[in-house]
Design a protein around this ligand. Structure first.
Ligand SMILES: *[C@@H]1O[C@H](CO)[C@@H](O)[C@H](O)[C@H]1NC(C)=O
Ligand SMILES: *[C@@H]1O[C@H](CO)[C@@H](O)[C@H](O)[C@H]1NC(C)=O
Ligand SMILES: *[C@@H]1O[C@H](CO)[C@@H](O)[C@H](O)[C@H]1NC(C)=O
Ligand SMILES: *[C@@H]1O[C@H](CO)[C@@H](O)[C@H](O)[C@H]1NC(C)=O
Ligand SMILES: *[C@@H]1O[C@H](CO)[C@@H](O)[C@H](O)[C@H]1NC(C)=O
Length: 881
């Protein structure tokens, strides 16, 4: 291993310089890709960017004064392996490129690793080298910066000069690199002695699939792009999914002794070694190191989160210079502890440790360091070394092997925990060194696994890896920005981030709410929204128009969701802007109410993809998701502190722009009872079920009051599409219907089918003054027909109609005085009934709009005549003040 320059690992990965960049040029010579392993991604005149496929390599490392003689010695060992010095005694054909991995040494000796790709036929069960210093590596997909060169004199030194040149080019071209003093690679294609056919390249590591995934987790999907070579930032699918299948045993039979040297490497003595590669070691001191306990149930996330948290901590105490960005560091230790019974999704917890160089510590005051740094004395345990780039499977396989080996020999060890130590940066491609460590029982001195739960040692470590139930792609939408970045939301803070959800805290909120009975959440919410929109659009005692804030909060009992009943209660709330908290306008509708102030609202929430419903109904999908999340919460250790209410849950709907909905599922730490309707409310009575409108395909008028012989109703519909035409014999209601229907069928600027036209279509006849004469002939009557927009568009902008005469309307309609007429009605009868109603209204002293009348029906077109119901009457006049 390199000098464990921990802080070199923290060094910015984007090295900037003032020199002008080189442009990518498609006319430049194409990349020379001469084998099935490499693929050119883009090229510049001076270098190109190349991807190496996932593949199996054999390599060995030697230390030597000269790179060339080191290379020759190492190659000899590899040749012995290829010529039969392996457990199958077989000869393996040699492939290219012969690759040398080295770096410019700071001391006399230089580390030289030589690697050869193995033929594809050997990828599944490769012959195991007899020489324990010759090792196999599964190399993940790797992107390299490559430059060809002509060999002049000693290969080692001319390659080093070329590598320096390439490094400077990359810096000038603002390409991200891991660090300046990193490994470089010499690729030799063909040759075997005949210098004529030899071709050489130098390469510098850009990234690999493991590192890219790591940064996706720490930086986010967008920011991670900055860590890629510039020409690859436009393409999200850089890695082939899965890749070739390669199976090789990466557990080493020999740990070696040179994987770490320098003042900060922990020193140890080896007490015993066995043929399987298990070493018993004892360390006098380990550390100083810092530790963090990330809130995760997954090994990979523990490494991502742990490193990020430790970096923040270093920044806080001034150990990382300001402006410096996080980058993955090495070495790093991840401890795995079995806290719960085996098999539960969160039965293992993780801690991350990172050694802190002593010289860095001397720059910081004693008290400061004591707060986050500790050391460990007299640690002893068993170690198994393994290769690989830090895959979870590899680490757990090594752990399982160590645990089995120790159990077989009856060793006394703590079988409930292991530490996985990663020594190398990802840019070391070959002969990588990782370890699993399990403490001896007698070494238990509170060094490792100091989980405060006190349950340690009860369960042996479970090495099985279960697939995460969380279908990432469905639930996380990496490309969407959170709508609160674009639309006004109540002030809130993300207080903690877990694997699948975040903890949010909303301070000092107040809400306007209503409750609605419905079969399912979406229609319940949409019906309720109409009332809330009326409120914020002025139906309140101040006639105030209030800005609509995100999100729409729908609270319901998730355990009821699977029942087919249509009387499930949904409480729907809109956040009130701060200015209205002290003295909110009172709602006019009896069903709408203002919550008491909620001082602190804490919830755990996760985004989900509403469009993805698959075989399940939407509500069942949501309840399954809720079940999965709460099951996971229950299995989390106490210190995660995720207690919350599991029955009354909330759905949060954000609508930042017209076509973008963002859905979150949320669990309250404590249900805000202020938001729920008071049980003695009479609001429930308003919802009488009418024969006319039982399902969600129509907007039911609501009874406001029964009068003697007529009824006062109102509509909770804000948006309509309307058409005006002449109302006398010249105007034909049928044409009006057809025009409206065509709007829903796609005659709109978006050309979008909006679904079926919903009942009721309200027809209004109105007398107009004789002076204006809009219609031909002597007709002074106007017919206006309005159809409610579908629920979806009650909350959104609907596309404008293209048919002449049609227009969109957004109105708060007054209530109306209505009589219901059954069966077939003639127009003479209708006039008579209206006359009678008019007299009644006048007698009662009610104010109404005498200039016109209206009628509507909920009947389906083919309803039998004697079962028809027509509602007719007059608009109530809005009283002023
Ligand atoms: C993105 O990369 C993939 C895999 O390398 C390639 O197949 C695809 O064509 C690239 N797409 C673009 C737009 O460059
Ligand atoms: C750190 O990251 C930010 C954006 O993520 C970038 O603008 C800045 O240049 C980076 N700084 C360094 C030193 O790499
Ligand atoms: C939710 O519904 C279930 C089943 O109907 C009921 O037992 C439970 O009491 C309800 N929970 C709450 C908090 O209302
Ligand atoms: C819930 O978890 C199960 C596995 O336990 C999984 O099959 C299912 O897809 C998950 N459902 C959701 C909605 O996440
Ligand atoms: C319009 O006025 C005429 C006569 O002035 C009357 O007969 C008719 O009923 C009125 N129509 C409406 C809709 O009020």
């Amino acid at each position: 291993m390199r000098l464990p320059l921990l802080f070199a690992g923290l060094v910015l990965n984007v090295l900037l310089s003032g020199v002008h960049g080189v442009r990518a040029d498609i006319t430049s010579p194409p990349c020379d890709v001469s084998d099935h392993l490499h693929e050119c991604l883009c090229s510049y005149p001076e270098y190109h960017v190349r991807r190496m496929r996932r593949s199996l390599w054999v390599s060995t490392t030697v230390w030597d004064l000269s790179p060339s003689s080191g290379r020759a010695r190492a190659l000899k060992k590899l040749q012995r392996y290829l010529h039969g010095h392996n457990n199958q005694g077989v000869t393996i054909p040699r492939e290219w490129p012969l690759t040398t991995q080295t770096y410019v040494p700071t001391g006399l000796l230089r580390e030289v690793t030589v690697a050869l790709p193995l033929p594809r036929e050997e990828w599944i069960s490769p012959p195991v080298p007899e020489d324990p210093t010759v090792v196999l590596d599964v190399v993940p997909e790797t992107v390299l910066y490559v430059k060809s060169f002509r060999r002049r004199g000693d290969l080692g030194f001319s390659a080093q000069r070329e590598a320096q040149k390439l490094l400077h080019l990359l810096i000038a071209n603002k390409e991200p690199i891991v660090r300046r003093d990193d490994y470089y690679y010499i690729l030799q294609h063909g040759g075997d002695g005949s210098t004529l056919r030899e071709r050489y390249e130098v390469a510098i590591f850009a990234t690999n699939a493991v590192l890219d995934e790591f940064y996706r987790g720490t930086d986010g999907p967008g920011e991670r792009l900055l860590r890629l070579p510039r020409c690859l930032r436009g393409n999200d699918s850089l890695w082939s999914s899965g890749g070739a299948s390669v199976h090789a045993d990466l557990v080493r039979r020999y740990c070696g002794t040179t994987f770490c040297y320098g003042p900060d490497c922990p020193t140890y003595t080896i007490q015993s070694k066995d043929g399987r590669g298990v070493e018993r070691r004892s360390y006098r001191t380990v550390g100083p190191f810092m530790r963090t306990d990330p809130l995760t149930c997954q090994f990979d996330r523990a490494r991502q989160q742990g490193q990020k948290i430790m970096f923040q901590k270093l920044k806080e105490v001034g150990l990382a210079s300001p402006g410096r960005n996080f980058s993955r560091f090495s070495p790093v230790v991840t401890e795995v502890v079995q806290v719960g019974s085996r098999g539960g999704s969160c039965s293992r917890t993780y801690a991350s440790y990172m050694p802190v160089p002593r010289d860095v510590l001397t720059r910081v005051s004693q008290e400061k360091t004591e707060s986050f740094v500790s050391t460990c004395q007299d640690l002893s345990g068993y170690v198994l070394c393994f290769g690989g780039h830090g895959g979870t499977e590899t680490a757990f396989e090594a752990g399982r092997r160590l645990s089995t080996a120790l159990a077989d020999r009856g060793a006394s060890f703590s079988d409930d925990a292991m530490a996985v130590v990663e020594y190398n940066v990802q840019s070391r491609v070959f002969d990588r060194h990782n370890e699993v460590f399990m403490e001896t029982r007698d070494s238990e001195n509170g060094c490792l696994h100091t989980d405060s739960s006190g349950t340690q040692g009860q369960n042996s470590l479970d090495f099985t890896l279960t697939k995460d139930w969380f279908e990432g792609a469905d639930i996380t939408s990496p490309d969407l920005q959170h709508p609160c970045t674009k639309a006004p939301c109540p002030h809130n803070k993300i207080t903690r981030t877990f694997d699948h959800f975040k903890e949010h805290r909303y301070m000092k909120t107040r809400w306007v709410c209503t409750k609605e009975r419905s079969c399912e959440a979406v229609s319940g919410r949409d019906k309720a929204m109409a009332g809330l929109l009326f409120y914020i659009n002025g139906r309140n005692d101040d006639r105030a128009t209030i800005e609509m804030m995100q999100p729409v909060l729908t609270i319901h009992n998730v355990t009821e969701v699977s029942s087919p009943a249509c009387d499930k209660i949904f409480t729907v709330c809109l956040y009130l802007p701060t200015g209205y908290h002290d003295n909110p306008p009172r709602p006019v509708d009896t069903q709408v109410y203002i919550s008491e102030p909620v001082e602190e609202l804490e919830l755990f929430s996760l985004h989900f993809n509403n469009a993805r419903v698959g075989g399940l109904s939407r509500d069942l999908y949501v309840s399954e998701l809720a079940h999965n999340v709460t099951a996971e919460m229950s299995s989390m250790p106490d210190r995660f502190d995720v207690r919350c209410e599991k029955e009354m849950i909330a759905e949060l709907l954000f609508m930042a722009t017209e076509d973008e909905e963002w859905h979150e599922l949320a669990f309250f730490r404590k249900v805000p009872t202020q938001l729920l309707p008071q049980t003695d409310s009479q609001a429930d009575d308003v919802h009488v079920q009418y024969d006319a409108c039982q399902n969600d395909a129509c907007f039911l008028h609501e009874k406001v009051r029964d009068w003697d012989g007529f009824t006062e109703f109102r509509f909770d519909i804000g948006k309509w599409v309307c058409m005006k035409t002449a109302g006398c014999e010249t105007g034909n209601p049928r044409d009006v219907f057809l025009a409206l229907t065509s709007y829903f069928g796609g005659k709109n600027v978006a050309g979008r089918v909006l679904g079926n036209m919903m009942a009721p279509v309200v027809m209004q006849y109105k007398n107009i003054s004789k002076d204006e004469d809009p219609f031909p002939g002597s007709c002074h009557e106007e017919l206006e027909a309005c159809a409610p927009l579908p629920r979806y568009y009650q909350r959104k902008n609907a596309p404008a109609p293209t048919e002449e005469g049609l227009m969109l309307r957004q109105v708060v309609t007054p209530s109306m005085y209505i009589i219901a007429l059954k069966g077939h009605i003639t127009s003479a009868q209708l006039s008579l009934e209206l006359e009678t109603l008019k007299h009644k209204l006048e007698e009662t002293g009610l104010q109404f709009d005498k200039s016109g009348n209206l009628f509507y029906t909920y009947d389906e077109p083919f309803t039998e005549v004697d079962r028809r119901v027509t509602y007719t009457g007059f608009w109530k006049l809005q009283t002023v003040g």
